[in-house]
Design a protein around this ligand. Structure first.
Ligand SMILES: [Zn+2]
Length: 239
């Protein structure tokens, strides 16, 4: 089955395009841009630190199935714990998707997307990855403002923004546009469907029936890269 998939690195099935940064794996070009961005931020007193990089298909499938089976805490949109067994199959899928991507459809499979925090302000063990940490008064607020101003200079943007993406806002999640935009364009519903059908994801029949809609909403519907980033890219191409 895997042999039929044209671009296995798009679905978390390959590690050939990755290099190690700290204890994470990142796509090669992403790692170079990340290093430059981190050095620039350090001059402004911000310690950009990774808390997530590449994640493979099996790991994402494990997270998904543990939530589907009630073995891992499942939260509703108000952060309240709910019982997976009390939900219909379709409600269960929608609830998991509030916080987790379908295996094969996570941008973390690409190695171009990272979750970051400011290690000068908060310890990773205290970090919860919630909005308030990146809003005014939160430990990663200065980082967030710095990213608003400078991340485009290094090719990074935020794909998950309120009212501009199917995925809930994630101010800690950055994507390296020059590579991730190419990967997104190559994403194949056909290959993704094949992969899901061959996996032991639960509840599989309900997921397969909705796959087209789920890809539209959670994979293809992301915030556009800011103008500042696109015009820089344009310049570097024409130079
Ligand atoms: Zn993320």
């Amino acid at each position: 089955m895997l042999k039929e998939i044209v671009n296995p690195h798009l679905y978390g099935l390959s590690r050939e395009h990755l290099v190690t940064v700290d204890k994470f794996l990142l796509e090669t070009e992403t790692s170079i841009a990340f290093d430059q961005m981190r050095q620039a931020a350090a001059k402004d007193g911000i310690d950009i630190t990774l808390c997530s990089g590449f994640r493979d298909f099996q790991r994402q499938l494990g997270i998904w199935n543990n939530k589907a089976q009630g073995n891992r805490i499942l939260l509703d949109k108000n952060n309240h714990e709910i019982n997976a067994k009390e939900l219909s199959h379709d409600d269960l899928i929608d609830t998991i998707l509030l916080w987790s991507a379908l295996p094969g459809a996570s941008r973390h499979h690409w190695g171009t997307d990272i979750d970051i925090f400011d290690a000068n302000q908060v310890n990773v063990s205290q970090l919860k990855l919630i909005d308030t940490e990146y809003a005014i008064g939160g430990p990663c607020y200065d980082l967030s403002c710095w990213l608003d101003k400078h991340s485009a200079e290094f090719g990074f943007f935020r794909p998950y923004i309120a009212n501009q993406s199917g995925v809930s806002p994630e101010p800690w999640h950055l994507s390296y546009y020059p590579v991730s935009n190419e990967y997104l364009a190559q994403f194949s519903l056909k290959d993704f469907t094949r992969l899901i059908k061959s996996s032991d994801i639960q509840p599989k029949n309900n997921i397969v029936a909705r796959l087209n809609d789920l890809v539209q909403r959670y994979v293809l519907y992301v915030a556009p890269a800011p103008e500042a980033l696109l015009s820089r890219l344009q310049h570097s191409v024409t130079e």
